[in-house]
Ligand binder design. Sequence first.
Ligand SMILES: [Fe+2]
Length: 331
Amino acid sequence: MDRQAPDIVRAAYAELIVTDLQASRRFWVDLLGFVVTSESEDALYLRGYDELIHHNLILTAGAAPAAARLAFRVRTAADLDLAEAFFAALGTRTARVPAGITPGVGEAVRAEDPLGFTVEFFFDAEPAERLQQRYDLRRGAEPARLDHFNIVVSDVRAAYQHYRSLGFGLSETIEDAQTLYAAWMFRKQTVHDVAFTGGEGPRLHHLGFFAHESHQVLRICDILGSLQSESQIERGPGRHGVSNAFYVYLRDPDGHRVEIYTSDYFTGDPGHPVLRWSVRDPRRRDFWGHAVIPSWYTEATTVLDLEGHPRPLRAEEQTAEVTVGADGFTR
Ligand SMILES: [Fe+2]
């Protein structure tokens, strides 16, 4: 019998461990344009200009770069009990976190999921001031909100099945007759809240933040170029095949990857059809056929367990997508 899944609303925030909080502040706040909701001696709580809850990103000072957790908001307080029971039934470790441990967030349930990630579920959140029309405050890429987590997993099909059991819809895939190389899955009515990249996992591939317009993607590239920080632009700007989004990938001072992402589409109709891309279609990762830089496939962020220890890596169980077909090679 299927376990009853918690009603997940959306990907809401992530916590990254950074080694130099001042350098991170310069990148995320001064250059990218995030809003500081609150701060302490060892942490920054940041949000986008559209965000009406306390934060989308926590940057916490630590000894080594890592991703501490990925947090989803649930629809009601009762969904916390469902989340705890759902993961306990999988035999994974869970923990109740009292309200106030994370500033701006109420009681939460954390779990080490079967894919190896520490995930959090919360309902209560402190409201934040509405800044959408404070154009006078905007800087950098003018990030609006967190859009998605992209995670590196050793078995993409297992990741797909796990998130399907949590009630996620499937919007797009990269596949061939034998192998699922990547998949994009959603709770909110967009292309995704979570996506899977095949590789040595568990690792965090990137955090995707939504901007409203493509010129905001271009502007952050111009700003980084002006400051001779062009090495922080890893891939793009470009148009994705998958998701149709206009994008750029940047690397923060610790190497954490962030995507500025705009113009994907509505997926909320019942029976929304899945768009399946051939792994041999050169347009899948970049609609204009531009090659993907190898670091984008091979480098990612270490993830931590419930106690803050790095999770061991599992080798990729499938053929690596980058060796197949496209990415600037021939069909
Ligand atoms: Fe993304």
